[in-house]
Write a new protein. Structure first.
Length: 270
């Protein structure tokens, strides 16, 4: 085994002794819930449990490309609520930034489209936005880029933007069910094999191919799961550490064990 035990203190020892130089972080919607953005699958509070008002045939249809072609309205109703700019990064986002500042962050793989990691100061080249983001938008027919100020107006007004060239539907470049993930994901998907520590936070790890990233991790690479529930089989390995509960509380615990808590709190307060 790599760690002296499957405890937070053993992991903190490993980190403090300088052995974690290439940390891969994998995240999902759970790291942004404390910012006020719902996750997808939590019972009661998750987005998919609260979409009745959109009259969808099934919840995931709101992010399904064939459904969007027929009926883009539900997505644009939701986009109004999810559009970045209204939310502040959480202390978990600042923790990822802190790993970068310490020269330890190899890559942050995220399924989130809220850009809160960038806002917390994680540089773009350290982030793989596996499900895209609201940073760009284009026509789903001819791929022509669509201006950002125009889509902002539409999202604000909950109206549907159309391509200025072919009148096709315009969609933010977030990945819908039925669409390919960005090339950046496939370019970097083997990186977890190089990691000397992997931290998984706030994801149910249910959506492929993102959910297969942990299978790239080498045996005896320490894996830390900070999540409200156990996912992805993490916890069964001899070098797995589990912090089951809130991720903001979990990163504070880890920071405390590493002697970084004050630094983390002031980074977040900036
Ligand atoms: P999910 O909603 O599936 O999972 C969120 C996970 O975070 C669950 O395991 C929760 O228990 C946990 N969680 C929620 N709040 C938390 C908190 N404060 N602290 C710790 N854990 C917390 O969200 P994702 O895994 O991100 O894709 O979902 C994956 C993909 O499914 C999304 O990117 C989206 C969705 O459909 C597309 O739309 C293509």
């Amino acid at each position: 085994r790599t760690l002296a035990g499957r405890t937070l203190d053993a992991l903190a020892e490993y980190i403090k002794s300088g052995k974690a130089k290439k940390v891969v972080v994998m995240t999902g919607a759970g790291i942004s819930t404390s910012a006020g953005i719902p996750d997808f699958r939590s019972p009661d509070t998750g987005l998919y449990a609260n979409l009745a008002r959109l009259n969808l045939p099934y919840a995931e249809a709101v992010f399904d490309i064939s459904y969007f072609r027929k009926n883009p309205e539900p997505f644009y109703t939701l986009a109004h609520e999810l559009y970045p700019g209204k939310y502040r990064p959480t202390i978990t986002h600042s923790f990822i930034r802190l790993l970068h500042d310490k020269g330890m962050l190899l890559k942050h793989f995220t399924q989130n489209i809220d850009c809160l990691d960038r806002e917390a100061g994680v540089p773009g080249d350290k982030i793989v936005e596996a499900h895209g983001s609201f940073a760009r938008q284009s026509c789903i027919e001819c791929s022509m880029p669509y201006p950002e100020d125009e889509i902002k107006k539409h999202i604000e007004a909950k109206s549907i933007p159309r391509c200025e060239s072919c009148k096709g539907l315009v969609k933010p470049e977030i990945v819908f069910f039925g669409e390919q993930l960005p090339a950046d994901f496939f370019k970097h998907r083997m990186l977890p094999a190089e990691a000397d520590l992997v931290i998984v936070l706030g994801t149910s790890l249910t959506v492929q191919p993102f959910a297969s990233l942990p299978s790239m991790i080498r045996e005896h690479t320490p894996r830390l799961l900070i999540n409200k529930e156990r996912v992805g089989g993490i916890g069964s390995g001899s070098d797995d550490v589990l912090l089951i509960g809130d991720c903001d509380a979990g990163v504070r615990q880890l920071a405390e064990a590493c002697g970084w808590l004050d630094e983390l709190e002031s980074l977040w307060a900036q």
